[in-house]
Design a protein around this ligand. Structure first.
Ligand code: NAD
Length: 341
């Protein structure tokens, strides 16, 4: 198994980019409890045989404390103790919740991830942010704690619905926008189906994205500066995601278009590059606009974790591949929203 070892300040994490789910048992010495969701479990039932499994309902609406409480009840029923290892096998909702439940149960069990969606493979499973939503507020409660391993089994993607492939490309395009102009150019030459149909092309893309995400987290695990750049498209994205029940990638896509407009207005981001971003998102089947109630969006933005008194720290672009943090006043933001949405 190929190994990529990341030594984050708080803990090491080993990434196995070309493994098989079954190899998890070679990485875990003690008792293993698998947490997955109903879709992943139904699609790969035979591969879970022989494991103690906690199967949670699928979907963002279950990424909450009530679902964590049920996981904890099931861990107690399974007699999970401090020697138990938790493996979160699923999309970003499963990895966020499994990492969180593992971190609070008995003050913290060891855990690792097997991401099964594109979004979880390139983003959610990497970096140690684990958490849950509170009502409409995204990731309001959580913890930063690294998984011991992230194991990639590309064969699990065979059952991923097409709409989830599209969803995952939002975070890939985000990585290209903030850090990797060459990846942006390459994405412009393809469609998402090219990656679905070519495992070599897909593996190379996923490894590139692991390098971008883990590289940023290596520099700033606890989000004092550099890691904030990963929030490109997420400030407005998070505000509209639960408000309008949008898939995460769709919300981020619309958020990136808005952040590009703001970048052009106040940061001199070239309009041709803004147009390329919108065109790329559309090429990958992602939405670039939505009808919103701006007051409700503002209300959500005021609760954003990136707010500091009367300013919100926005991630803006100066060019494709180069991002920066820029505080924007609430009044200016309200005006931009009114003019653009
Ligand atoms: P998800 O976990 O809801 O998965 C999307 C859908 O695909 C679900 O219905 C799931 O059951 C299904 N699915 C996943 N893998 C499958 C497979 N192999 N076969 C069949 N069905 C499969 O959502 P997601 O898009 O993977 O992740 C979104 C979540 O990730 C959001 O909650 C977001 O906040 C979070 N996230 C976290 C971070 C982080 O750093 N922790 C970063 C980005 C996103």
């Amino acid at each position: 198994m190929k190994e990529l070892k990341y030594q984050f300040p708080s803990a090491d994490c080993i990434i196995y980019p070309d493994a098989l789910f079954e190899q998890v048992t070679t990485l875990v010495a003690g008792k293993l409890v698998v947490i997955t969701d109903e879709h992943v479990f139904a699609a790969h039932r035979e591969r879970f045989e022989g494991h103690t499994c906690i199967v949670i309902p699928a979907g963002e609406q279950y990424k909450n404390q009530a679902a964590v409480d049920r996981i904890i009840q099931e861990l107690i029923a399974a007699r999970a103790d401090r020697e138990t290892f938790i493996a979160g096998v699923g999309g970003g909702v499963v990895t966020d919740m499994a990492g969180y439940a593992a971190s609070v149960y008995m003050r913290g069990l060891r855990f690792g991830f097997v991401p099964t969606s594109i979004l979880a493979m390139v983003d959610a499973s990497i970096g140690g942010k684990n958490g849950i939503d509170v009502g409409l507020y995204k990731n309001m409660v959580g913890i930063i704690r690294q998984p011991e391993f992230i194991l990639y089994d590309m064969s699990l993607l065979q059952t991923l619905p097409d709409k989830e492939w599209v969803n995952g490309f939002a975070e890939i395009i985000k990585h290209a926008c903030i850090k990797d102009a060459a990846m942006f150019d390459m994405l412009e030459q393809h469609h998402w189906q090219d990656f679905k149909n070519d495992t070599v092309l897909l593996s190379a893309l996923i490894e590139k994205n692991i390098a971008v995400k883990a590289g940023v987290v290596l520099q700033d695990e606890f989000e004092k500066g550099e890691r904030k750049l990963l929030n490109f498209g997420h400030t407005i994205g998070h505000a509209i995601e639960n408000l309008y029940s949008l898939p995460h990638g769709h919300a981020v896509s619309i958020g990136m278009v808005m952040a590009s407009v703001i970048s052009e207005e106040i940061n001199g981001f070239p309009s041709l590059q803004r147009e390329r971003i919108t065109a790329l998102l559309q090429r990958y089947g992602l939405p670039v606009t939505i009808d919103t109630d701006n007051e409700k969006v503002m209300e959500m933005l005021l609760m954003d974790k990136k707010r500091a008194s009367d300013r919100i720290n926005f991630i803006l672009l100066s060019e494709i591949g180069k991002a920066m943090i820029q505080p924007i006043g609430i009044t200016q933001l309200r005006d931009i929203l009114e003019a653009s949405f």
